[in-house]
Design a protein. Sequence first.
Length: 375
Amino acid sequence: MTSSSSSDKNNSVTSPLPSPSAFIQRLNSYSKHGFDIPEHIRVKFAPMSVPRHRRLQTAAVATWALILPISLSLFLICVSFPPLWPLLIPYLIWAFLFDDAPENGGRPKHWFRDSAVWRFFAEYYPVSQGGFFVEDELSSEKAYVFGYHPHGIIGMGALANFASNATGFSSLFPGITPHLLTLTANFQVPFYRDLLQAMGICSVTKRSCEHILRKGPGNAITIVVGGAAESLNAHPGTSDLILKKRLGFIKIAIREGADLVPVFSFGENDIYQQLSTEDGSNVHKLQKSFQRIFGFTLPLFHGRGIFNYNLGLMPYRHPIVSVVGRAIHVQQTANPSQEMMEDVQARYIDELMRIWDKYKDVYAANRTRELTLVD
């Protein structure tokens, strides 16, 4: 007993630590030595020799995934350092009492939207050049409401296409300024709110939509129509859209005389795996209650890691192809009737279904069911 312990102790001191590559090989070879790890839980590590451009792509996506906690951490560090208070206090007073930019078009910075970081972000999936299909030329003499589908877990395609110039929005739609809209709560986080505004992202409130569209021709808003509720339907191989009862964005378009443009992103639901929760289950009820209280919900999802392919919260590398449909012209009316809104909605849905039917066999070949309007 003593000699065995002594021997183990000596071995632990003299044996060198395995190199990272040797450690990975050891983990993946356990099944050869009697330790059979089921395939679905075996960690599939990335090789050590990953090309530099792929590392930069992963770094860009990982940075965006962590930008909210980074912003919060930076703010707490500033709060804990009294010499910064003379700068921090005026910033907080201005940001939360006087700054109305989130509801007035934000403060987009072209250099930030054109940054190489977003190009690497888009190339990760890829949502790259050539992955943005435009079926109709949009005149800069009009204002537009882009309806983005599906929401997905986070809406990475919407971010790449409309909150940056990584996929060439400015060259595809010259003279049109896009504003991706998000929850107002996102603008309550110090520093993070400023990054969002530099990307042209604004609040999704009614007031914000009206202010942007009333700036005149060439202004556009992008609304992820399904919202937080639709994120619970984001499963690979499916396209379940919450749309039937969503008339708010259509009413705004009619009142402001803005053309409606449906956008469908094939692959948006395929970049994460989500735990299936049945309607009426305790988990589903908890998610819906969370949504009612906070305005968003928390899907139970997973993806890959930074250094492995099947364990973590990073999205999978799966192509996202966004198809911009034909503009639906509306007649500006100050107080549109229910019948008018439903008529425009019917035309909008018809165009969305046309996009799906035309491209599904190319970009959704591995689908498990057809596009479904669930609400």
